[in-house]
Structures are given as C-alpha cells and as structure tokens.
Design a binder for this molecule. Structure first.
Ligand code: AHN
Ligand code: ZN
Length: 332
C-alpha cells in the first residue's frame, strides 16, 4: 500500500515535471509584449555553394564570351524556377578601351505589387584581367571569379529559392548586375577611370526595370564566400546608408556572426551600390570582404588567378545568407 502510494506520487511528480517546461514556455510567450515572433527560414549553404560551382563550371563569365552567355541562360532559368516575375534588361555599354560590351541585368521580383520593398544585388560577370596577380604574366588573363562574382550570386539564388517557399513580409527584388568588373587594368588607369566599373548597375540606375521604381533600401553582396571573411563598414555605405549598415550588422551580430560583421570602418569602394545611391537615391550598402592585412585591402585573392572554387567556404555563405533572410523576414 505504502509502495503504491509512493509509486503514484512518483508518477504524478514525473508527469508534473514533464509538463513544466511546456507551461513555462507558454507563460513566457504570453508575457511577451505585442508583436508576433517571426519565423525565419533556414538558409541552405549546400544549395548556395552548388550554384557557385555551376557558375564556375561555365568558365570565366567575361562579357562577349560564350561562357558569359551560357551563364546568363542558367541564371535566368534558375530565377524563373523561383518566380514568374523575371525581367532581363539587355543592352550595350562601352568599356574603357572602346570595346562594345553586351550585357544582361537579371531581375527577379517577389510581391511585385507592393511599393514596400527592398533590393538585394550582386554582380554575376567576372573580370577579364587578373591584374593583381603576383605574376605580371597573368595580368591579362581572366579571373575564375569564385568569390568575386559567383559567391554573391550563389547566396542570392538560395535566397530566391527560400522566398519561393515562404512569402516574405515585404516585396523583394533581386538584381544580378552584369559588367561590374570590366574596369581598366591597374597598369592602364587614367583620370575618371572609375566610371568604367559597375556599368550594369549604372545602366539600371538610369533605366530602372520599372518606371518610378522605389525601394526602402538596398543590400549589395560582393565577395561573400571566402573562409573567415570579415565585413567592414564600407565608406560609401556609411555616407549614404549608415542606419542600414548598423541594422544589418546588428542583426548579424545578434544571430551569432560577430566575428564576420565587424563594427569597424573600411575604405570607400567604387562598387555597384554607388550609382544606386547617387542616381536612384535608394540607400544601399555594400557587404564586401575587406581585409586590413591584405596587400590590396580586399579579400587576398581578389583579381588574381587564385580566386577559385577551393577558396569558397559554406560557413561564410551561411553567415551572409542567414543574416539576409533574418533582415528580410523581420521587415514589416
Ligand atoms: C575598384 O576597384 C574601383 N572597385 C572594386 C569593385 C569590385 C571589383 N568589386 C569586385 N570587383
Ligand atoms: Zn572584381
């Protein structure tokens, strides 16, 4: 009899202790002030690195080459598999050396009906000149563009896949810009040669794919795939969009990526976000791998023949992709 009571008591206590965590969680949730917790999708870095691998398999995506054409076809098909709202902006610009460059800016939209939107972008072309290679013999060879090009696009393709599965609380446009990286080689620079970088973005800023296009802000990804990447607060981003830098950096730090998003000032980088800020007046930041200890101040293999697939690290793609998804899904 005594034994039975003890057993019953034990069972009751056990049942009670099993219930306790759930009860506590209920109480906690109920006491959270207004504003529902959002659920953020889980960024799949395997899927992101796979689309980097596919881009690299075409060879260098240098404008006016078959590899460039084939990669465009791949990117357009991929984006069309995630949204019916894909616009391809085709045109021609002139390089620093008067070469006519055919380009394709690829724009994938989610919730195109709302004006409450954000813009995510990266460049998909790769540079014709490895002009920062240690060996001058390589200065006129193209770069593979694993980090410089493919990484940002790989992250955005995976973001697009996630947005196709879970509708975001805000409209999103993903723009893959062309002809970012056809600036003059470092031994042939001249006054105002800056204008020959970011020509796809310049064209879009002058001729947006939609009349009176608006977005609350923009985020550019550039070199977001190398191991142990550090993102410093880039100068133009701070000049035009300091609050966006701070909120993206704070989000990244909050979800565990404080060793990547450093609250440290980096230099001024002429990149695709500059025309978006200056011409379209959309406050846009550049998430770019800057390294104070490297020769160039950039990712160490920047514009060298060593910017290859083996330099990519899934962890970094995850850091950037998960931070972006968090920023998107916490919007309202
Ligand atoms: C300049 O070198 C002027 N801008 C660097 C932008 C860039 C090139 N990002 C990647 N490749
Ligand atoms: Zn480059």
């Amino acid at each position: 009899m005594r034994y039975t009571i003890t057993l019953l008591t034990a069972l009751t206590l056990f049942a009670a202790s099993c219930n306790q965590p759930a009860k506590q969680a209920d109480v906690k949730q109920d006491s959270v002030p207004a504003g529902p917790k959002v659920s953020v999708p889980d960024f799949n870095a395997d899927s992101a690195i796979e689309s980097c691998r596919i881009q690299l398999a075409f060879g260098p995506r240098v404008p006016n080459t078959p590899a460039h054409d084939k990669c465009a076809t791949y990117l357009i098909g991929k984006m069309k598999s995630y949204t019916e709202h894909v616009t391809v902006q085709k045109g021609q610009v002139y390089a620093y050396n008067k070469t006519a460059l055919k380009f394709q800016n690829i724009i994938a939209s989610f919730k195109p009906e709302t004006n409450n939107r954000i813009l995510l972008c990266a460049h998909w072309d790769s540079r014709p000149y490895a002009d920062h290679d240690p060996d001058p013999k390589n200065w006129r060879k193209p770069v593979a563009g694993a980090n410089d090009g493919a990484s940002g696009v790989g992250v955005l393709i995976e973001v697009a896949r996630q947005l196709s599965m879970a509708s975001p609380p805000i409209g999103v446009d993903i723009i893959l810009f062309d002809v970012e990286d056809y600036g003059p080689p470092q031994d042939q620079t001249f006054d105002n040669s800056e204008q020959f970088w970011g020509q796809g973005a310049q064209y879009w800023a002058e001729n947006p794919h939609k009349k009176d296009y608006v977005a609350k802000y923009g985020i550019l990804l550039d070199m977001v795939g190398a191991a142990n990447a550090t993102f410093l607060m880039e100068g133009f981003s701070m000049q035009y969009a300091a609050d966006i830098v701070k909120s993206v950096w704070t989000t990244g730090n909050r979800i565990g990526y404080s060793s990547s998003f450093l609250f440290e000032n980096g230099g001024l980088i002429t990149d695709d976000h500059v025309p978006i800020n200056k011409i379209r007046n959309i406050p846009t930041i550049d998430v770019i791998h800057l390294d104070k200890n490297s020769q160039t101040g950039f990712y160490p293999y920047w514009h060298t023949t060593e910017d290859t697939f083996d330099k990519l690290d899934k962890n970094t793609l995850k850091v950037v992709g998960q931070t972006l998804l968090t920023v998107i899904f916490e919007e309202n």
